[in-house]
Write a protein of this length. Structure first.
Length: 316
């Protein structure tokens, strides 16, 4: 199979049939063998009924329905798990991503050798204040922190080698950082393609300003995980050593001063340096304990399901 198209969605019933027909037309025009995997992330409209009808009309349509809304990352994880195509294309279900971009994305992966190609919506139809400016700031911070030189981390239109999606773990709200996860996993040939961005035709956006706040917090998380995720003691141990060393230095100074330099002076407990020494040594000890606990958790973690699937269509 050439292509798996993975489409996470939430309450996009109005656009699904049009999107399906558009994708099918592109696939047939280019003679691609394909599958379309819709992941209904707990929709409360008739999205699942529409997906069911499409699966009856087209054997290449697969469907996964979550028991409730678990989030886009979990939906992508479920779709990646079931994908069988040589190249996996992800796109949003709101018709703002154009299926006409699929052939070139596919060629960049298969012919140009990219592990991952990310879309760049260079010209956008979103509000400048509510989306464009925060997005530019977010993308700048992501580039500086991760070292992945992309202009649009948030673009849902991406193409992957099948090996990439089978070897990365998309969890929490890390779907924004799949290129970073891919790089950390060893898939370093990451490209970018300017893609057409279309105005939303149906419904309303599901994302508010809070997604950028969450995005920056996730950016800190992924920076920490990429640097210290497999060796937390390296960070917490270093911080603990520094804090403990500061506390020990103050303690040594107080001891020398009291015993040799000023034996008749104030009691040690009456001097502010005593409390600085005490506080920093306690904090240093806590950092050490945090590092040890992190190592223990890392070595004893067990995988557990992050979502519950209610129904499946055309999937084993």
């Amino acid at each position: 199979m050439n292509i798996s198209v993975v489409i996470p969605l939430l309450n996009e019933q109005e656009s699904l049939t049009e999107l399906h027909d558009w994708i099918v037309n592109v696939m047939q025009s280019n003679r691609f063998s394909y599958e379309i995997i819709f992941i209904d992330d707990g929709s409360t409209d008739d999205s699942w009924e529409t997906i069911s009808k499409l699966s009856e009309q087209n054997d290449n349509v697969r469907g996964i329905r979550f028991l409730k809304n678990f989030g886009k990352s979990q939906a992508l994880h479920a779709g990646f798990d079931k994908a069988k195509g040589q190249v996996v294309i992800t796109m949003d279900a709101d018709l703002q991503d154009s299926p006409d971009e699929i052939p070139e994305l596919y060629n960049m992966v298969t012919n140009d050798g990219f592990d991952l190609v990310s879309g760049w919506k260079k010209k956008r139809y979103d509000s400048v204040i509510s989306k464009n400016m925060p997005s530019k700031l977010f993308n700048w911070a992501a580039r500086k922190t991760s070292g992945v030189k992309l202009n649009d981390f948030n673009c849902g239109l991406k193409a992957y080698k099948i090996d990439v999606v089978k070897n990365i773990d998309v969890n929490g709200e890390m779907h924004r950082y799949i290129p970073v996860l891919s790089k950390n996993a060893g898939f370093t040939k990451i490209g970018e393609k300017v893609v057409q961005h279309q105005a939303r035709k149906y419904g309303v956006t599901k994302f508010g300003m809070n997604r950028f706040i969450h995005g920056f917090l996730d950016l800190i998380t992924i920076w920490f995980l990429s640097r210290f995720g497999k060796r937390p003691m390296h960070l917490f141990g270093a911080l603990g050593f520094i804090m403990f060393a500061i506390g020990f230095a103050f303690s040594a100074y107080l001891g020398i001063d009291k015993l040799f330099l000023n034996p008749g002076g104030r009691l040690i407990t009456q001097r502010p340096q005593f409390y600085i020494a005490l506080a920093t040594m306690v904090i240093g000890t806590q950092f050490f304990v945090a590092g040890f606990l992190g190592e223990i958790v890392l070595r004893n973690k067990s995988d557990k399901k992050r979502y519950l699937i209610k129904e499946k269509l055309n999937l084993n």
